[in-house]
Design a protein around this ligand. Structure first.
Ligand SMILES: NC(=O)c1ccc[n+]([C@@H]2O[C@H](COP(=O)([O-])OP(=O)(O)OC[C@H]3O[C@@H](n4cnc5c(N)ncnc54)[C@H](OP(=O)(O)O)[C@@H]3O)[C@@H](O)[C@H]2O)c1
Length: 340
């Protein structure tokens, strides 16, 4: 195992994903010799605590990544497109949480439990971290793909407001605090999210799909490396602070039984089965928040078609859906075993 300490940059360190990176570096005792947080001009000069040291937020600039081994990008696509290649040129591995490089053919889209072996660990490069809704879905699909084969996947998501970053989270919290005294106003979401359910995440194409749905469909095929897999997604925003939930219908290639499905899921690292519906035990967003695992429950088959299995998948979108997956990629590249 590697004993080196690493110099790490986080672009977007003050945001929801950036803050989760900081917390996870502490939780997992990431071997750090320097942390360089970057954010917008309005945050420059603030200090962020990690591993008992205060690190000053710096502005992005031409030499800002020099000497770093690793840079996590936790900003939007445009900033990633501009700054990720500069970080690689400076000699760093880049793990990018934005969608900028995910579907580009020469860039790897990684969930470590599934396809870490695709990364050339000797070559600094941009590695794409998948969409949060995709990660928890493929985590549950992978053991089923390996054991029984996958034909078709249909998913309907119930996504938390923190998936839209700090502005989305703050919008719901503000509406909760003020709803008795003032009429809520939608700024981040297309409608008021308090006491509501919004069937839109991102912008719509001419076929009626929103951009989040397209991401889930394309990224799932790429990560599972199965071009013929049919994936259909319907993504919905709900007034939940953190953790995404998904109702999923999976058509397998081979018939099987519930016990074999549960066994395959339980064997897979990072999956926890919570499934005793008669006792009202199944995964819940409130219980998944702050946890590392992807939780699966409500596993039952369609009486009309025994190849179709239904399940409920829940995970913390800021942890496994973003920063935890990113840190696990870094631990894989550098051969670090986390001391949890
Ligand atoms: N939230 C999730 O569940 C999730 C999951 C998977 C992937 N992602 C992706 O991760 C990325 C970050 O998402 P987030 O939820 O953390 O967003 P966020 O809470 O809105 O944070 C955005 C970060 O970007 C920084 N930033 C904005 N403009 C900047 C500039 N010009 N220069 C440098 N930094 C700048 C902000 O700094 P200031 O604080 O100074 O404004 C802040 O640190 C996005 O690409 C998102 O799609 C998010």
């Amino acid at each position: 195992m590697n004993q080196k300490n690493y110099k790490v940059g986080i672009v977007g360190a003050t945001g929801m994903v950036g803050q989760t990176f900081l917390r996870l570096m502490e939780e997992r005792n990431f071997p750090l010799s320097e942390l360089r947080p970057f954010a917008s001009e309005s945050s420059v000069g603030k200090s962020l605590k990690c591993q008992n040291i205060m690190w000053e937020v710096k502005p992005l600039g031409p030499e800002c990544f020099n000497g770093l081994d690793l840079v996590f990008i936790a900003t939007g696509d445009e900033l990633s497109l501009e700054w990720s290649p500069i970080a690689v040129k400076a000699g760093a591995f880049v793990i990018d949480n934005s969608a900028a490089f995910r579907m580009k053919p020469n860039f790897e889209l990684i969930v470590p439990e599934i396809n870490l072996n695709k990364i050339d660990r000797k070559k600094p490069q941009i590695i794409a971290n998948p969409n949060c809704t995709t990660i928890q879905l493929v985590m549950a699909l992978r053991p089923l793909q390996l054991a029984f084969g996958l034909e078709d996947v249909k998913v309907s998501s119930y996504q938390s407001v923190s998936g839209a970053g700090a502005p989305g989270y703050d919008e719901l919290m503000g509406q909760i605090t003020n709803f008795k005294t003032s009429k809520p106003i939608a700024k981040v979401f297309p409608h008021v999210i308090l006491h509501n359910v919004i069937p839109q995440i991102g912008s719509f194409d001419d076929n009626g799909f929103c951009s989040e749905e397209i991401k889930v469909m394309k990224e799932t095929r790429k990560i599972l490396d199965q071009k013929d897999l049919k994936v259909s997604a319907f993504t919905v925003r709900v007034p939940v602070p953190v953790s995404h939930s998904e109702a999923v219908w999976v058509t397998l290639k081979k018939p099987t039984d519930r016990a074999s499905i549960v066994a395959a899921l339980e064997k897979f690292p990072g999956i926890k089965v919570v499934d005793d519906p008669k006792k009202s035990e199944y995964p819940l967003a409130q219980n998944a928040t702050g946890k590392d695992d992807v939780f699966v429950g409500r596993i039952h088959h369609d009486p009309e078609n025994p190849l179709v299995w239904m399940m409920w998948i829940v995970s913390d979108n800021l942890k496994k859906g973003a920063a935890l997956n990113g840190i696990q990629i870094a631990e894989g590249i550098f051969d670090i075993r986390p001391s949890l």
